[in-house]
Design a protein around this ligand. Structure first.
Ligand SMILES: CC(C)(COP(=O)(O)OP(=O)(O)OC[C@H]1O[C@@H](n2cnc3c(N)ncnc32)[C@H](O)[C@@H]1OP(=O)(O)O)[C@@H](O)C(=O)NCCC(=O)NCCS
Length: 234
């Protein structure tokens, strides 16, 4: 694998014991070829099945970066690392066929990927480029709680789009941390009031997941909206 200085990912943020890496997804044939050579047979078959070069690029650059990050954290060679998916699709890592003691999550959008890694605890990450969305009203209707909807509907244009992506990434990070994805009733996972009104992070519980406290944290920048959600130990 290549030296860190040449890599297309870099450590972007530390949140307590969680390391967050940014993955540069701009088109680069050299990087894509290098990344593809690190993937195992199953991952290469998946790469081949993607319909568009954009989806292929996102997948291969993020998956290879994930491999590099996990190999370093786990102290294992790339060849010993493999991935499987849990019931709702959340990937987990295996080293020499045994589940590895590490927690991670990946997200990609446009030219940006994010990888969050920690030794333990469920976590989820989401990144979204703030591209205007068709059917924004329908998305707002289906995904947000009455309080969230009221706040979004009180805004227009860029301000509405900005808040939409802030709310969306926070919720998406939470459902990804939990692992059930869209099988959860996302409209009922209401973002806490302090965070809806601008707080950068909040610790909260949800009736659908009563056993766990979660920390939600906004990681958005001028370039993209992003959020992380992670379990808080009692
Ligand atoms: C995978 C899912 C959880 C997120 O999809 P997405 O936002 O399109 O994609 P992201 O780039 O953020 O994340 C994709 C990565 O998440 C990981 N992932 C897949 N299923 C997952 C799951 N159930 N839980 C957590 N992570 C998952 C994978 O690593 C995947 O990347 P890879 O295929 O390259 O390895 C999707 O099933 C989903 O639920 N989408 C919800 C979309 C939506 O309508 N959200 C409403 C706001 S909550």
């Amino acid at each position: 694998m290549i030296a860190d200085s040449d890599s297309w990912w870099h450590r972007y943020k530390s949140i307590g014991a969680i390391a967050v890496f940014h993955v540069d997804l701009i088109p680069d044939q050299g990087r894509e070829a290098e990344a593809l050579s690190w993937l195992d047979g199953e991952e290469r078959s998946r790469w081949q099945r993607f319909q568009s070069p954009v989806a292929q690029r996102r997948y291969v650059l993020c998956r290879a970066a994930l491999r590099a990050v996990l190999c370093r954290q786990l102290g294992c060679p790339n060849e010993s690392l493999a991935f499987e998916a849990a019931k709702h699709g959340k990937p987990f890592a295996l080293v020499n066929g045994q589940p590895a003691s590490i927690s991670f999550n990946v997200s990609h959008s446009g030219n940006h990927g994010l990888i969050a890694v920690a030794a333990k605890g469920r976590l989820g990450v989401d990144v979204e480029e703030r591209e205007p969305r068709r059917n924004l009203e329908n998305l707002i209707e289906g995904v947000f709680s009455p309080h969230e909807k009221a706040e979004l509907e009180s805004l227009e244009g860029c301000q509405q789009l900005h808040k939409f992506f802030r709310f969306w990434t926070i919720k998406e990070a939470l459902v990804k941390a939990h692992g059930k994805g869209l099988s959860m009733k996302v409209a009922e996972l209401e973002i806490p009031e302090d965070m809806r009104h601008g707080a950068a992070k909040s610790i909260c519980q949800f009736a659908q997941i009563p056993e766990t406290s979660w920390c939600l944290e906004d990681m958005g920048t001028r370039e993209f909206a992003a959020a992380i959600a992670y379990e808080v130990s009692p």
